[in-house]
Design a protein around this ligand. Structure first.
Ligand code: FE2
Length: 331
């Protein structure tokens, strides 16, 4: 409890301007970083970049868990039953009143509009399952704000519990229902450039990274464009549980406690693939990475590794979000 109060009320500052990286031949070299100063106060995050960019305010939203459905969902009721009943009544974080997940989402978007947010970063579990009615509703609400957004899926957005098939196949099949949310981009990875910031989206909703995603990420870190990495599942940090993290040395079949209730494939025997671990290492060597934005665990956290902050947004079921301002370091 004390730790949480500290993180929520204390401003943190002071990231370095230079950064160790590895060149193609494996030599460690000293290169200039786009990072400058990072500050956190309650749900407000301020990032000053060493690069020149336009001041940008981002609402980071994760884990709204929308589940409205209509006749199109009827053939899938046996797969949507449990999550369809989840997060229907939530406690609004400001007033303590009971509200639905839809109301939480609407209030967050209304606030984004009212307060002049420039960009919305949606990091997964916006939906409880791939309900076309919920997806169409959310997309309409998002476009009504007129605020550009980037979206990447979480483990629930595409998941119908108990459906046959491995997680990777099911994700490939059911992210097709989320097509509008990707705005013409592909589901597994994409980037959105806005105000001199690159929003890099990688789907790690199975906890794993595919070779093509690693290749895509490598292309992004070669650039010197200041970058935010958007994923659903946070990257592992020492002291955190296997469920916290993509890249956790403890992650695997032996530590999977959720597969029975979620009626899904068990986590991989033997732990993460080599590709996932390579991705993990490369994220924390990226000189142009300002921060990692994630969700999944439903509570606000901050971890800093190799000068790179990783933020988990609090669950938006309660109307909570992170309010992130990015600008250049003052001269
Ligand atoms: Fe969630």
């Amino acid at each position: 409890m004390k730790r949480r109060i500290f993180l929520n009320t204390t401003a943190l500052a002071g990231l370095g301007l230079t950064f160790s990286s590895f060149s193609a031949n494996g030599e460690r070299k000293r290169i200039k970083s786009t990072r400058g100063v990072f500050q956190l106060e309650n749900n407000k995050v301020t990032i000053f970049s060493a690069a020149s960019l336009t001041p940008t305010r981002i609402f980071h939203i994760a884990d709204t868990h929308l589940s409205m459905d209509d006749h199109r969902g009827e053939p899938y009721l046996e797969f949507s039953d449990r999550m369809g009943r989840a997060y229907n009544s939530n406690t609004y974080h400001k007033t303590g009143e009971k509200i639905s997940a839809e109301e939480s989402f609407e209030r967050t978007l209304a606030l984004a509009k009212e307060q002049g947010a420039d960009f919305l970063a949606l990091t997964g579990d916006i939906f409880n399952f791939p309900s076309e009615a919920a997806i169409e509703w959310a997309y309409q609400k998002l476009t009504d704000t007129g605020i550009p957004f980037a979206y990447i899926a979480g483990n629930h957005d595409w998941h119908y519990e108990g459906m046959k098939g491995n997680s990777r196949q099911l994700r490939d099949t059911w992210t097709k229902k989320l097509k509008v949310m990707y705005q013409g981009n592909q589901a597994l990875y994409a980037y959105y450039d806005f105000n001199g910031i690159r929003f890099v989206c990688i789907d790690n909703s199975t906890y794993e990274i595919l070779p093509e995603q690693l290749e895509f990420f490598r292309a992004q870190i070669k650039s010197d464009i200041p970058m935010l990495l958007l994923m659903h599942i946070p990257l592992y940090m020492p002291g955190r549980s296997a469920g916290f993290g993509c890249g956790s040395p403890d992650w695997g079949a032996a530590t999977d406690r959720g597969y029975i209730i979620e009626r899904r494939e068990k986590w991989r025997q033997g732990g993460h693939t080599r590709i996932t671990m390579e991705f993990y290492d490369e994220v924390f060597q990226a000189s142009n990475l300002l921060a990692v934005l994630t969700g999944h665990i439903h509570r606000q956290t901050l971890d800093v590794k190799n000068d790179i902050p990783q933020l988990v947004s609090p669950t938006n079921t309660t109307g909570s979000f992170l309010d992130i301002s990015i600008s250049s370091l003052p001269v």
